[in-house]
Design a protein around this ligand. Sequence first.
Ligand code: AMP
Ligand code: ZN
Length: 112
Amino acid sequence: MAEDCIFCKIIAGSILTKKIYEDDDVVAFIDIKPIAPVHFMIVPKLHVGSLQDCQPAQQDLLGKILLLAPKLALEQGLKGFRTMINTGAEGGQEVFHLHVHIFGGGEILPKI
Ligand code: AMP
Ligand code: ZN
């Protein structure tokens, strides 16, 4: 756990969220400022700042998160979805605890 990390506080239970999934390694919760009708995040319980801070030791964890994405998306009613990992301030990252955004629903997302 990192002091002053909002996602570590969510994982510890001191900040409440709409949690949709939890196991020993990860938690998933609804984004507080959704950019689509369905928007949630999968977050490792281990505090890792970003994708840039991941090491080979996190390979299984990263794979687990990606495999969980379609399962949780389906549970949330999404037929298709977009994943986004903002990495570093220049990549638009605001919370420096690794997380994968999953969003969709409503209209077909524009091509990027
Ligand atoms: P990023 O810009 O990729 O670092 O995304 C951080 C995301 O965390 C943003 O989409 C925020 O809306 C979301 N967020 C920040 N605080 C909370 C919170 N307390 N509960 C749920 N989502 C949050
Ligand atoms: Zn953290």
